[in-house]
Design a protein around this ligand. Structure first.
Ligand code: TPP
Ligand code: MG
Length: 367
């Protein structure tokens, strides 16, 4: 039986909260190096996130959406992709994008307000999608294109629990099912859509069970268990790529997890949720869980953990230095990339801004 056949009202888990392997669970077939890579990348993501929030607080970066608590879902799922596959993100997938080839400085550049951070060149990663769920029908359409062109690419599409209330979610999954697209619909259910809790988002028991309505399999997974996420995502990617008798290619995965921090640095979660709720979820933290698993197997010891911690700190520090060293974008870039031919309305606005700059100088304008 495939792990994708699990009842969508149950939850797939490999690692218990204490880092031991759950009775009867099979550990995914990864090499020691890959297990360590998974651990290291989650630690890197956590450290990156803490530094990014601090940069914003110091006025060195614009608004930033933190990911702490969501590392296992991002790293475990992106590790299931092959190089030719595509990542279709929302705005919080910094760690998943890193796994699929985006540099940390690229992510920083974008959130520092430089559109060139969104220029992904030869990476198989779509640009950040801020309008909620808009990327879901895109991912279904990309899968349709891959079917027409007969490629073997798979599209991993990320969105939140809140996105499942949007029409785009329904349209994307419906098209995915009807056109049997090689798309993995990956829902990061982090319990909150800004201040709206999961209970107010949908009356259905799980998000995974919504898959039944579209004719595909839906699986709920412990999204703070990197091994379980990897296992479910790999099975979904494999089915999307190669198909399986009597099964549609797409899968809906609901990764149950928690956002420890604010929705973005512009949000204050203390006005809508209790601190003890955050503490309860921290008991499931993916990083110590994975560390215990690796220590129990004799793969990690104190020395190796210290080396990894240091290398992660160095990598993030270097990325920040590089990002801060990029030349600042000009105000023209706000206007340049929206239309192939700039419409009159935008041309007028740009001319107005240019006039203000030359009359008053940039410094006065920034005041
Ligand atoms: C179409 C649309 N409506 C509203 C917003 C404002 N908005 C930004 S994030 C967000 C909540 C999204 O929650 P969820 O889908 O759970 O993703 P999460 O931020 O928790 O990862 C909302 C309503 C938006 N960006 N796009
Ligand atoms: Mg959410």
């Amino acid at each position: 039986m495939s792990v994708l056949d699990t009842d969508p009202r149950e939850q797939v888990q490999v690692l218990a909260e204490d880092g031991s392997v759950v009775e009867g669970a099979t550990v995914p077939d990864l090499s020691e190096e890959e297990f360590v890579e998974m651990y290291r990348t989650m630690k890197l993501a956590r450290h990156f996130d803490q530094r990014a929030v601090s940069l914003q607080r110091q006025g060195r970066m614009g608004t930033y959406p933190p990911l702490s608590g969501q590392e296992a879902a991002q790293v475990g799922s992106a590790m299931a992709l092959d190089d030719q596959d595509w990542l279709v993100p929302s705005y919080r997938e910094h760690a998943a994008s890193y796994v699929h080839g985006l540099t940390l400085e690229g992510t920083l550049r974008y959130w520092m307000g430089d559109e060139r951070g969104n220029k992904l060149d030869d990476l198989n990663i779509f640009p950040v999608a801020v309008p909620i769920a808009s990327q879901v029908p895109h991912a279904a359409g990309l899968g349709m294109a891959a079917n027409y062109n007969d490629t073997d690419e798979v599209f991993m599409c990320y969105f939140g629990d809140g996105a499942t209330s949007e029409g785009d979610f329904h349209e994307g999954l419906n098209f995915g099912g009807v056109f049997d697209t090689p798309t993995v619909f990956f829902c990061n259910n982090n319990q909150w859509a800004i201040s709206v809790p999961r209970e107010k988002q949908t009356a259905s028991e799980t998000i995974a069970q919504k898959a039944i309505a579209y004719g595909m399999d839906g699986v709920q997974v412990d999204g703070m268990d990197p091994l379980a996420v990897y296992k479910v995502a790999s099975a979904a990617v494999e089915r999307a790529r190669n198909g399986e008798e009597d099964k549609l290619r797409p899968t809906l995965i609901e990764a149950v997890q928690y956002r420890y921090g604010a929705h973005t640095t512009a949000d204050d979660p203390s006005v809508y949720r209790q601190d003890d709720e955050v503490e309860e979820w921290k008991a499931k933290d993916p990083i110590p869980r994975m560390e215990t698993f690796l220590r129990d197997r004799g793969i990690l010891d104190d020395e190796r953990v210290a080396d990894i911690t240091e290398s992660v700190e160095d990598e993030v520090a270097a990325a920040i230095e590089t990002a801060e060293g990029f030349t600042r974008p000009t105000t023209d870039s706000m206007f340049e990339h929206v239309y192939a031919d700039m419409p009159e309305r935008l041309r007028e606005q740009k001319a107005y801004l240019d006039r203000l700059r030359s009359d008053h100088g940039d410094e006065e304008l920034l005041e």
